[in-house]
Design a protein. Structure first.
Length: 471
């Protein structure tokens, strides 16, 4: 195991950002103004410096607590103790959560695997999926981790009520409590009240950390610890990226540079779509996690002054090499409205050699002697160059290996980039008013007291639908 306390070990596992394919020197200005010039970036320097200093000031004032999560080793100690207390005799941990309470956990599990009990994330309320899962569980050897900071997420609380009823019926009013651990706010919310009233085990979501920034809190750390992930190395990786993203000079800060180039691509070059395409099945869920982070943080109708804005690139999750046979055609020859970010893994951790056979067939025999991992990386390089040759902006993020240390870096890199992009746009990247509106309408439909007006809005809309438009 590498000793990440040593700088040489950290350097050898550093995630690297390569933006050559974004620049006009590589892809040319052209008629579609495809590439960014160094001058455009440097001209924005007063603004990037202002945002960097503002975020530093807010961090120092404790207003952006997600920045400090990698340093909170006591949180990791608490999580590891909680995992150790319940792991014996545990076959399955079921995580009940949605959005930011699920996507980071899914990413961790898919990327790093499990050497412990099975961990299942149920992030939707499809009754077939939920029912099938519950029917196959031995409730005496299963634990349920209910994750909701505010404790009123309709989907998660509905799941919890169903699970609670089954546990009560099978295990009784005393023993059922031992099969539940709740991750929620320390002081307020319905789940906190339930914990206080019924005495469930609990873990705390740190104050001021929203769901999509919560993967490095007990939200993601507890399920990961149950699965056997080295959460200490995950936090060390995030801490290493923290040291690399403190510079105020944009060309010295990978997170700020990533955000700045995407901001310029959107606002100056009408690149309104950003595609994240990992060349690794283990990082497929990371692209899904990024979609929520970028969309929910930066898709806003107003700026901080309340002026109309309607900002935000549409994030798209893809997978190399799979989507070279579907989405790539559009990326290379479709509208000039996209930026592509490729995730490359240097060492996949395993190699499968391709046997030499059919050497007389030129279209088959050349593959012999290569390996699948090597071929996957060749495809990434080829896609990068194909995009450059067609004047399509592309950047590449290289990951030495997929492990807890590098994954911690990736999470932190994109979180810092997201907040910095919010500063450039002059918007609040930590709220989600559009999502809240939909929640209120759902409350009305479900009969929640105080939301009768929202129920009336939906009824009115359904009444205004014209039959000739329904085929």
């Amino acid at each position: 195991m590498p000793d990440y306390r040593r700088r040489a070990a950290r350097e050898s596992m550093s995630v690297r950002l390569d933006v050559n394919g974004m620049m006009a020197e590589a892809i040319g200005p052209g008629e579609s103004q495809t590439g960014l010039s160094r001058g455009e970036v440097d001209a924005l320097a007063p603004r990037t410096l202002e945002v960097a200093r503002l975020l530093h000031s807010r961090r120092e004032a404790g207003e952006l607590p997600f920045y400090e999560l990698p340093q909170r080793r006591e949180m990791a100690t608490t999580v590891q103790a909680a995992a150790a207390a319940v792991r014996d005799g545990l076959d399955t941990l079921v995580v009940l959560g949605i959005g930011g309470s699920a996507l980071g956990t899914r990413t961790l599990l898919d990327a790093l695997g499990s050497s412990g009990p099975r961990v299942v994330v149920v992030d939707n309320i499809d009754p077939v999926t939920m029912g099938s899962l519950l029917d196959g569980l031995d409730l005496k050897r299963t634990m349920f981790n209910v994750v909701s900071k505010g404790g009123e997420t309709a989907e998660t609380m509905a799941q919890f009520l169903i699970v609670r009823e089954r546990l009560l019926r099978e295990l009784g009013a005393v023993d059922y409590q031992q099969r539940v651990i709740i991750t929620t706010d320390a002081e307020s919310g319905h789940l906190r009240q339930i914990v206080n009233d019924e005495g469930f085990r609990d873990l705390v979501v740190p104050a001021g950390v929203g769901g999509r920034f919560s993967v490095l809190t007990p939200v993601g750390l507890f399920p990961a610890a149950i699965a056997g992930v080295r959460i200490d190395e995950l936090l060390l990786g995030a801490a290493w990226m923290d040291t690399r993203t403190r510079a105020t000079e944009v060309w010295q800060n990978p997170a700020h540079l990533l955000a700045t180039l995407l901001y310029l691509a959107e606002t100056k070059h009408q690149r309104n779509v950003v595609v994240l395409m990992p060349y690794s099945d283990r990082l497929r869920r990371f692209a899904d996690w990024f979609v929520q982070l970028w969309a929910e943080s930066l898709g806003k109708a107003e700026n901080l002054d309340g002026a109309p804005l309607h900002s935000g690139q549409t994030p798209v999750a893809a997978l190399g090499a799979t989507d070279q046979h579907s989405l790539l055609q559009l990326l290379i020859e479709g509208p000039h409205d996209k930026v592509v970010i490729l995730l490359r893994v240097e060492d996949h951790g395993r190699e499968l050699s391709i046997p030499s056979a059919y050497t007389d067939m030129e279209g088959v025999g050349y593959l012999g002697g290569n390996g699948l991992g090597a071929l996957l990386n060749m495809e990434q390089r080829a896609t990068e160059l194909a995009l450059v040759q067609q004047h399509r902006p592309v950047m590449t993020i290289t990951v030495p290996q997929v492990n807890a240390f590098t994954l911690g870096q990736l999470f932190y890199l994109f979180e810092v980039a997201t907040v910095f992009a919010g500063g450039l746009h002059r918007l609040d990247p930590l709220n989600q008013p559009g999502v809240e509106h939909g929640k209120r309408l759902t409350y009305g439909l479900a009969g929640r007291k105080g939301f009768e007006a929202q129920r009336a809005e939906v009824d009115n809309w359904m009444g205004r639908k014209r039959a000739e438009y329904v085929l």
